[in-house]
Design a protein around this ligand. Sequence first.
Ligand SMILES: [Fe+2]
Length: 137
Amino acid sequence: MAIRWRQDLEIGIDVIDSQHKALVESMNNLLEACAAGRAREEVGKTLDFLSDYVVTHFNYEQEYQKKHGYPRYEEHLKLHRFFLQEVQELRNTFEKEGATLHFTVSFNKKIVDWFINHIGKADRDFAAYIKSKKTTT
Ligand SMILES: [Fe+2]
């Protein structure tokens, strides 16, 4: 199952939106590789890229939030840390089992949850704060 990028996932901060899109692309590659039962190395490579990119992206968001005095920064940071832990768990599962059905299903579930709850809610709240700040200052 591929994730389809929808316009309503855009939060209106260009750099962050393009990072989110790149993440979707990479996740889709990984999902495809799992579904096609492609070579272990390919899934491994995509998973490596994904883990690095998530860190880069989260750091960018966190710096941005700090710079703008986002009041829910700590809460957002916890969500990022939780997700990073989940990515680490996925890597462990993948290393142990390879791209099994179990791995593919739990990967799918985590990514979809993250999309709905993180980009769809937490990042949206933060973007709304930035917008409100821009209109009041
Ligand atoms: Fe975020």
